[in-house]
Design a protein around this ligand. Structure first.
Ligand code: 5CA
Length: 431
């Protein structure tokens, strides 16, 4: 992509209502534009990051055998009346009446709809287990939408629903998701901390939330330091679930079960939540299957959510400095930025194009900053949008056969020889 052809409306200042750093940076870097309270348009740069996050989430779900489908955003109230949640959800649910007077709603979650799909098509234990998911926009009319995409009214969520014959099998499905979640967040460069949680309006008896560490996070977490150094290839959900972890209002210094030297205290942001709720919805919505003995029994269910759009903000909270965003390579909108400081100079333009064409040919996500604007604006815009690897081409350096290479994540600035740029960048991309 050439910057001059792209749509990247960066801003010098953030609007005053943006309270937290990710909200400010997302607006300043032209990733989102507020449409109304808690509802945003995703501009091209923001959409690229959202898609990268979605891709990692999808890949990790598919790896563990979850099957993707797509349910609508608008649902009929009928199933919610049957489950008993139509009244319970209160004002958080956006209710709509269609032209025939039917009561509809913008889905805040999908337990009812998926249970209905399941019960229409599955009636034997032989078809279990099943784990179905979608990645779809949700709407919750939050009392106080704030912090940009972190607590929106409209937000993108990945939600799975598992169906099993009994509690023991359902716990296996739960643990599979637990493991997939840890791997998903680690792939995004994050440190996930799993905590036992309340089940709230979703219901059920077992629940964990996943928080990621960020200095600017809203919650204070107290946890066993072992949770910070997980090996994604070797996750034992039962072991992890036995480690101590609590949010501040659950933690009590006097009866903390682990020694002080093993206890870590950090700030976190909730990015995922999983639930086992047994037969709560299957009984009400008649999702029964025939077991081995020919008896009709309600299936045991769980649901599993990841805040896909919230993750965009959460990653920025975890990775930024006073100049802007520092994207982890796995989610970065572009991996490499080629910044031509002197687009009017023939040598600079030729060299920039040479590198650009190389990365384009090799299918590396690359942006060429070919704008005719001040050097200061060019460098600060690129720092703001946070592309991990920046190749900076200036007239004076080029005359000496040198190029400036920046690693935004690691704050490395280095002059390297013109002929070594491609190899050096490729090596950094592999790390
Ligand atoms: N049905 C269950 C699991 S699929 C459910 O809805 N769980 S939840 O309410 O905990 O939401 C799942 C995840 O969605 C949360 O962990 C959070 O990351 C994200 N999320 C929830 N509310 C919002 C919101 N208002 N804005 C952005 N993300 C949100």
């Amino acid at each position: 992509m050439k910057y001059s052809n792209f749509f990247l409306p960066t801003l010098k200042d953030a609007p005053s209502e943006a309270e937290i750093v990710s909200h400010k940076l997302m607006i300043r870097s032209g990733m989102i534009k507020q449409s109304s309270a808690g509802i945003y348009s995703w501009l091209p740069l923001g959409l690229m990051v959202l898609k990268n996050i979605e891709k990692i989430v999808r890949e990790e779900q598919n790896k563990v055998g979850a099957i993707e489908l797509l349910m609508p955003t608008i649902q009929s109230s009928d199933l919610w009346v049957k489950s008993g949640r139509y009244d319970d959800y209160g004002k958080e649910m956006l209710r709509i009446t269609d032209r025939s007077g039917r009561e509809m709603l913008y889905g805040p979650t999908n337990e009812e709809l998926i249970t209905d799909i399941f019960q229409s098509h599955v009636n034997s234990h032989k078809d279990l287990p099943k784990n179905l998911y979608h990645i779809q926009w949700k709407f919750r009319d939050e009392v106080r939408p704030r912090f940009g995409v972190m607590r929106g009214r409209e937000f993108l969520m990945k939600d799975n629903y598992s169906f099993d014959i009994n509690e023991e099998e359902a716990k296996k499905s739960y643990d599979k998701m637990f493991k997939a979640y840890i791997k998903t967040f680690i792939r995004m460069g994050l440190t996930p901390i799993s905590l036992r949680a309340e089940t709230g309006p979703i219901g059920g008896s077992l629940s964990h939330e996943f928080q990621i560490l960020a200095k600017t996070g809203e919650s204070t977490l107290f946890y066993d330091k072992k949770l910070e150094t997980l090996n994604p290839e070797n996750i034992d959900p039962n072991e992890l679930q036995s480690y101590y972890a609590a949010v501040d209002d659950q933690h009590n210094e006097n009866n903390c079960p682990i020694p002080k030297e093993n206890l870590k205290i950090s700030k976190g942001i909730e990015v995922g939540h999983i639930f086992y709720f047994g037969t709560k919805y299957s009984e009400k919505l008649k999702a029964y299957v025939q077991d081995k003995n020919g008896n009709n029994i309600p299936v045991h269910m769980g649901s599993y959510g990841i805040g896909v759009s919230r993750l965009v903000g959460a990653i920025i909270e975890a990775y930024h400095d006073d100049k802007g965003i520092k994207w982890p390579t796995s989610v970065a909108p572009f991996k490499v930025a080629i910044i031509n400081l002197m687009p009017d100079d023939q040598d600079c333009a030729t060299k920039s194009l040479e590198y650009y064409n190389y990365f384009m040919k090799n299918k590396t996500d690359v942006i060429l900053d070919d704008r005719v604007c001040s050097i200061g604006k060019k460098l600060s815009d690129n720092e703001l949008i946070g592309i991990p690897f920046q190749i900076i081409i200036g007239k004076r350096d080029l005359k000496e056969g040198l190029i400036e290479f920046r690693n935004r994540q690691k704050n490395i600035n280095k002059k390297i020889k013109v002929d070594e740029v491609i190899n050096f960048t490729n090596k950094n991309l592999e790390l």
